[in-house]
Structure formats: C-alpha cells, structure tokens
Design a protein around this ligand. Structure first.
Ligand SMILES: Nc1ncnc2c1ncn2[C@@H]1O[C@H](COP(=O)(O)OP(=O)(O)OP(=O)(O)O)[C@@H](O)[C@H]1O
Ligand SMILES: [Mg+2]
Length: 249
C-alpha cells in the first residue's frame, strides 16, 4: 500500500492563491497522470509534495511500507531518503560534473556529499558502480564520461539520477519534453518495468496527452489550483469539464 495524501494544502504567492486542494491522494495506482492547462499549479504541487516549495498551509502525509510520514517537518533531502523523489521540468546544473559523476553523486549518502568524496572511488560499492555502468550502457549518451550538453541529455540524466535512487514514488514533471521520441519510449518502458519489478509508483505531469492516455491507470485534472476531476483515462477523456477547460473541444 502506498499513499501520498494532502489535506487543505494551499500555496499563495504575494497573497495570490495558486494552489488550493481540500484533499488529494496519489499512489494507489502504479502510474498516475497529473494534467491541466499552463499555470494550473502542477509543478507547484509537485514542488510542495517533495518539500522544495514551502506550503502556505496544509498537511502532506506519505504512507509507505506500513510507515506513516508527516512530510511537513522534513527537508526535501529527507523526503528523498524516505523514497519520494522528483524529476524537474526545467533542468539546471550538470555543468560541473560529468554524466557518470552526476549519477555517482546521486548515489552518495548526504553526509559524504562533497565533490571530493564523489571522486574517491571507495565511497561507492561495486554494486552501485555496476548499476551506473548498466544505465550508461542501456541509455545512449554522446560521451558518458563527458558532460551532458544537449537539453535532451540533461533531461535524461535528471531522470536516471532519480531512478538510480530507487524511489518508492517518483514524481515526473514533463519528463519527455525535449527528449527524442525513441528515448521517450525507452524511458517509459524502463519506468513501467520498475513499477512492476520494484513496486515503484509514478506520478507524471505531461502535456503530451497520448502518453498520458496510454501509460496512466488514473488521471488527476488540475485547473487554477483546484482538482476539478479525476478518474480513469477514458472517464477523464470523456469529461465535459476537461474538454472545455483543457482539450479545447
Ligand atoms: N515563484 C513564484 N512566484 C510567483 N508566482 C509563481 C511562482 N511559481 C509559480 N507561480 C505561479 O503559480 C501558478 C502555477 O504555476 P505552475 O508552474 O505550478 O503551473 P504548471 O501547471 O506547472 O504550468 P505549466 O504546464 O506551464 O508547467 C502560475 O500562475 C505561476 O505563474
Ligand atoms: Mg509546470
């Protein structure tokens, strides 16, 4: 059982509300979608859930493996340690580390998280190094021992950096925007495989609705900071409010 539940969660910037959820719950299905128009609050919600953005009010509870975690007192780092991790809509960083070292840094426990320890080989087990090799052999980078240069390579690296942490739940904010189609398919196959093999849960924000309809078992529809509808893809597709507010039908 896994459940990431929010209650009365709100976020305002300069007294202007951008998110206001009485309640919402993620993780009952392996792959869930979070859709809605630009500015709906999707990224804000993912930022709140992973404690990167402080909420104005509200509670966030993560129930996993019979443990009940109140996320409000935790830092985003602590949230990641209990298995809730997020990929980014906009990619920053990766300029000062090679692709391989970025993955090694992701696997380095926070207390050792200095550049020095990333470069000292003993810090990471052979198993972790083998896992990094495995990812780098299956996913194509121009130069795995060089830097991620293209937007697509940075995006892919950001996703692999999250997957290598073996999260219990991974929130993906527009993962495929900027990825070539074949890489998108490869990423989706990999996360689908990991949902089965590791019982990982995924919440995916995407404007590519074909991807949402084909991969998600359940879809949440957010508009102006409020969850207006949720259900199975066919029900969301057929919903009048979704059609009017987002699909432009
Ligand atoms: N740091 C901030 N300061 C002020 N307003 C913000 C800030 N971050 C987000 N907003 C506003 O909050 C609203 C929700 O933004 P958010 O990025 O969560 O939308 P989104 O659903 O992810 O949109 P998109 O599909 O375009 O990525 C927008 O009106 C945005 O301008
Ligand atoms: Mg966004």
């Amino acid at each position: 059982m896994m459940n990431l539940a929010v209650r009365n969660l709100s976020k305002s910037y300069h007294q202007h509300p951008v998110l206001n959820l009485t309640q919402a719950s993620f993780g009952k299905h392996s792959i869930e979608g979070l859709i809605g128009p630009n500015g709906a609050g999707k990224s804000t919600l993912m930022g709140l859930l992973t404690r990167r953005i402080p909420p104005t009010e509200g509670s966030i509870i993560f129930e996993v493996e019979d443990k009940h975690h109140d996320l409000i007192p935790l830092s985003s780092h602590q949230v990641a340690q209990i298995g809730l991790v997020k990929t980014n809509q906009r990619i920053q960083g990766f300029e000062s580390l090679t692709i391989r070292d970025s993955l090694r840094l992701a696997c380095t426990p926070p207390t050792q998280e200095t550049l020095k320890s990333v470069f000292s080989k003993e810090q990471l087990s052979e198993a972790v190094e083998a896992e990094i090799d495995d990812y780098l052999s299956r996913f194509t980078f121009n130069e795995p021992d060089g830097y991620a240069r293209s937007a697509g390579e940075k995006k892919l690296l950001d996703i692999l950096r999250c997957l290598i942490l073996k999260p219990k739940m991974l929130l993906m904010d527009e993962p495929t925007a900027g990825l070539p189609e074949d890489v998108t398919q490869q990423v989706m196959q990999e996360i689908t495989r990991q949902t089965k093999a590791n019982d990982m849960r995924i919440v995916i924000v995407e404007h590519d609705l074909e991807l949402i309809w084909s991969f998600c078992e359940y879809v949440h529809f957010l508009v102006d900071g409020e969850m207006l509808f949720e259900g199975k893809p066919e029900d969301v597709k057929a919903n009048r409010v979704v059609a009017e507010k987002y699909l432009g039908l």
